[in-house]
Write a protein that binds this ligand. Structure first.
Ligand SMILES: NC(=O)c1ccc[n+]([C@@H]2O[C@H](COP(=O)([O-])OP(=O)(O)OC[C@H]3O[C@@H](n4cnc5c(N)ncnc54)[C@H](OP(=O)(O)O)[C@@H]3O)[C@@H](O)[C@H]2O)c1
Length: 274
């Protein structure tokens, strides 16, 4: 079976306007799969679509939806009702804030859970039955090292990413022997526009044109993702994250959380919190 006959004819990439999502969409198009590109910024989506169409023979469609909206999943279902989605890639989203839980109104955490947990779960429930019926398809859900243990300044974010990882693992357990590949793609620090913006706003990066120190390149993430699409349930991206995960296995949960607190304090340029 070719890549396109396994994962096509269309893929939906949620979070496709820049960084890893846009690169993932291009990678799918290069492999012969048409792509629905979804994010909030219509103008940026148009540019990504034009680039994909100029570099590949795949078709594209752009859909501007805020995935934090309560009706987002229904809006996505409506926007894709006339195409056969053989692959769902849920890349949105990171946390542009990195603030203490109590520094924001509860609505910020609720929106995070809506975008990172509710909507991917609803979209899997919407798209997976047809994949199972066809006996083929793929689902990729982005996780984060922040989901491996709780840490300050990413309370709801880290918890949402833990949900995503366990959700993908469990869905893999139910679907992989029915022909549907499910992969929880866990990223460490990655050189995306969102990360550059965050580090620049915190004064850690002189210019948004600089590469954040220690960040994995988007192309390397995408190469590992395509290599491991069928090797779920979980893939830790990058040698650094794989080494860190191995080291974490030797710690107790309490030690791990203290370590996350230290790392967070270092990232904020603050003194150790204890
Ligand atoms: N970068 C890292 O260091 C890092 C580390 C670990 C894990 N990750 C994971 O990798 C994924 C991508 O992260 P990223 O750094 O590229 O940042 P991001 O903020 O998730 O941006 C990725 C895409 O998501 C879209 N998006 C964000 N919020 C959205 C919303 N409410 N509705 C619709 N689309 C939305 C953005 O486009 P619009 O702004 O146009 O909506 C963009 O196209 C995330 O799942 C993140 O958790 C990243």
């Amino acid at each position: 079976m070719t890549f396109a006959s396994k994962y096509g004819p269309w893929a939906l990439v949620a979070g496709a306007s820049d960084g890893v999502g846009a690169a993932f969409a291009l990678g799918l198009a290069e492999r012969g799969v048409n792509v629905v590109l979804l994010a909030r910024r219509q103008g940026v989506l148009n540019r990504v679509a034009a680039e994909i169409e100029s570099r590949t023979s795949a078709q594209t469609r752009t859909v501007a939806i805020d995935l934090a909206r309560p009706d987002a999943a229904a809006a996505v279902a409506h926007a894709t009702g006339d195409v056969e989605i053989g692959c769902l890639v849920y890349c949105a989203g990171a946390d542009p804030d990195f603030k203490p839980f109590l520094a924001n109104p509860i609505e910020a955490a609720e929106a995070m859970v809506q975008r990172n947990c509710m909507v991917p779960m609803q979209l899997c429930h919407h798209f997976a039955p047809a994949m199972v019926e066809r006996g083929r398809g793929g689902i990729v859900i982005f996780g984060s090292g922040a989901g491996l243990a709780g840490g300050p300044n990413m309370v709801a974010y880290g918890a949402s990413k833990a949900f995503d990882m366990v959700f993908a693992e469990a869905l893999w357990a139910e679907l992989h022997d029915q022909g549907v590949d499910v992969l929880g793609l866990i990223l460490g620090k990655t050189d995306t526009p969102a990360l550059r913006q965050l580090e620049h706003s915190r004064g850690q990066l002189g210019s948004p044109d600089d590469v954040p120190s220690g960040a994995t390149a988007v192309d390397d993430v995408i190469a590992e993702a395509f290599e491991n699409l069928a090797h779920g349930p979980t893939w830790m991206v990058g040698a650094d994250l794989r080494a860190a995960t191995q080291m974490m296995g030797s710690l107790t949960r309490n030690q791990l959380v203290r370590l996350m607190a230290q790392a967070s304090a270092a990232a904020m340029g603050a003194d150790h919190p204890e």
